[in-house]
Design a protein around this ligand. Structure first.
Ligand SMILES: Cc1cc2nc3c(=O)[nH]c(=O)nc-3n(C[C@H](O)[C@H](O)[C@H](O)COP(=O)(O)OP(=O)(O)OC[C@H]3O[C@@H](n4cnc5c(N)ncnc54)[C@H](O)[C@@H]3O)c2cc1C
Length: 540
């Protein structure tokens, strides 16, 4: 027992206990129904409770106890295995079992992509590192489908079963997938790849070369780009060959990363590893882009989720912490900060879910396919770019506690820049928007339709719609970031206005009409901050 009673612990918020991330999130519930995922509500709601409960609790161990590479066993045999904390495997089991990686393929009916997007957003809030293998597994399917011989792989993604064993795919009820594009001499410019794919027996190709980043190296298979006789091709490289032997690639080391700690990202060398071509010869980039389109959507959803969890932490803290005699959440300036973050997070979610609907409908509706094509690049650029600054603002709401690991904010802060970097960094997205506008006229039309549909709902929206033709006509490479930012804001405003969101008016005044500062907490006078904060997180 202490000899001295030094102080009473007072004015400390209660821990952010298990919460139901679905029930907490009015904007998500509305978006799921609005974008056509209502038929999947029960499953998404169940996952919201799980994510905010068991998965969030497990996430601390999965994150803190980082994956370790074991290149050899005790006898000196090469094993190239990555060891994870058991919490990692349990999280993967729960996520895959609930469809975070496979729902769209297990239940291929309208709305499935929207529901899976909601699952991905919920998952990212609780454990972002595992979102990497989950999204790659989900996104690989459109590519795998191009090779009829790979239908067993597709079926095993759709099976929604997690099996971490390092055994041949034929012996597994479920599989995970990764991708290998980035090499030392070039990541954005994958045409610079030097890895070669040389035809071997039975249609297989032997890969020789390396990848500078290859995440989730314990995946069962990888879609890899390599220089084949017909040009840069896309190939599926299994981890184990059908006869059970290890495929001939070596994990050189794991990256020592800023964040994303529960996810292993490796450097790898191919030493004659066998791989099977997918898609047309020489069309590897076009083939793998079908995967990348889906992972880019998940970058948007992930960044929206990252902002959402940071917001929830900030509101929770501010409601329970007093300074200068009053709760922080009741102080006018703090309420402006929280409301501003809430608007940003809701706008990010709203656009991401709208794009998920376009992906869902793409096979049935060419204009939705065109919208998905361009809005993915626009949203990937802007939403992912916003996350680090927004998370930092939320972090500051917790004061010093926000800089301490136990608060979760440091983890979110380390994670926040990643979605902007991988799957095509910011400039690459902006250049992709220009490319789509110049080469695929349907994308410009889809963009105009989406923005025009919200005309008459707010003066700032009308102004944005009116200036659109000039902005598109004046697009230049050097000005691409200005253009894409403007397009993103107009799209976000259009979705919020048409949804009748309580955040729409303040979003239009602050972001579209420019009545806003460079930091959060600069919403103009007349905005009902308290109502926005109340919407952001139920009391408790
Ligand atoms: C944690 C982590 C995990 C990863 N996992 C994987 C993985 O599993 N598989 C995989 O294949 N890759 C992976 N990557 C790699 C990632 O996709 C690349 O780092 C990214 O695409 C950028 O490529 P780069 O690093 O070669 O940068 P570079 O291509 O050299 O680009 C550097 C900068 O220049 C900009 N830039 C490039 N070209 C232009 C241009 N024409 N005009 C203007 N600006 C330009 C880019 O936007 C970027 O900001 C991972 C990366 C990280 C950080």
């Amino acid at each position: 027992m202490n000899r001295f009673h030094t102080h009473a612990v007072d004015n400390q918020p209660p821990p952010f206990a298990a919460r139901d991330l679905w029930q907490d999130d009015a904007a998500l519930r509305e978006a799921l129904a609005r974008e056509g995922g209502e038929g999947f509500t029960d499953g998404v709601a169940a996952y919201g409770a799980l994510a905010g409960g068991e998965i969030l609790a497990l996430s601390h161990d999965a994150h803190r106890d980082r994956p370790r590479l074991r290149t050899h066993d005790a006898a000196g045999h090469r094993i190239d295995a990555v060891e994870f904390h058991p919490a990692y495997h349990r999280i993967m089991e729960l996520a895959i079992g609930h469809g975070v990686a496979g729902l769209s393929w297990a239940r291929p009916e309208p709305g499935a992509h929207v529901a899976r997007a909601a699952l991905a957003y919920l998952h990212y809030q609780a454990e972002p590192g595992t979102s990497c293998p989950l999204t790659m597994t989900h996104a690989a399917v459109p590519v795998l489908r191009q090779a009829p011989a790979l239908r067993d792989w597709v079926a095993k993604v759709a099976a929604c079963r997690y099996d971490p064993r390092d055994v041949p795919v034929g012996d597994k009820p479920g599989v995970t997938l990764g991708m290998g594009m980035t090499e030392k001499q070039g990541g954005s410019d994958v045409r610079a790849n030097t890895t070669t794919a040389t035809p071997a027996a039975d249609g297989a190709h032997a890969l020789v070369g390396h990848k500078w980043f290859m995440s989730a190296p314990m995946s069962d298979g990888f879609l890899v780009l390599a220089q084949a006789p017909g040009g840069l091709g896309c190939l599926l490289m299994p981890r184990r060959l059908p006869d059970g032997t290890r495929n001939a690639f070596a994990l050189m080391r794991l990256k020592d990363k800023l964040g994303d700690w529960s996810n292993a990202s490796s450097e790898v060398e191919f030493q004659g590893a066998l791989a099977w071509p997918v898609g047309e010869p020489g069309r590897g980039v076009a083939t793998i882009l079908q995967m990348v389109m889906l992972t880019r959507l998940d970058c948007m959803l992930g960044s929206a989720g990252c902002m959402r969890m940071a917001l929830a932490q900030a509101v929770h803290h501010a409601r329970h912490r007093s300074a200068f005699g009053r709760r922080l959440a009741e102080q006018a300036l703090m309420r402006n900060v929280l409301a501003d973050i809430a608007i940003e997070a809701e706008a990010a979610l709203a656009l991401s879910m709208r794009v998920a609907r376009a992906v869902d409908a793409a096979a049935r509706d060419p204009s939705e396919a065109a919208f998905a094509r361009i809005a993915t690049a626009i949203g990937k650029y802007w939403i992912c770019r916003r996350a680090p600054a927004v998370v930092n603002e939320a972090q500051e709401c917790l004061g010093g506690a926000g800089y301490v690991e136990e608060s979760l904010l440091p983890r979110l802060y380390r994670q926040a820049p990643l979605n902007s970097i991988w799957e095509g960094s910011g400039n690459i997205q902006c250049l992709d928007v220009l490319r789509a506008l110049s080469r695929e006229p349907a994308t410009a039309a889809a963009l105009r339709d989406a923005i025009d549909a919200a005309r008459g709902l707010h003066p700032a929206m009308d102004a944005a719609a009116a200036e659109l033709p000039d902005r598109l006509a004046g697009a230049t490479e050097a000005g691409a970031r200005r253009l894409v930012e403007r397009l993103a804001l107009a799209l976000q405003a259009a979705v919020l206005l048409r949804a009748g969101s309580p955040a729409a008016e303040a979003f239009c005044r602050s972001r579209l009409a420019g009545d806003h500062g460079g930091a959060m907490g600069t919403l103009p006078a007349g905005v009902d901050h308290a109502a926005l904060v109340a919407r952001a997180l139920p009391a408790g």
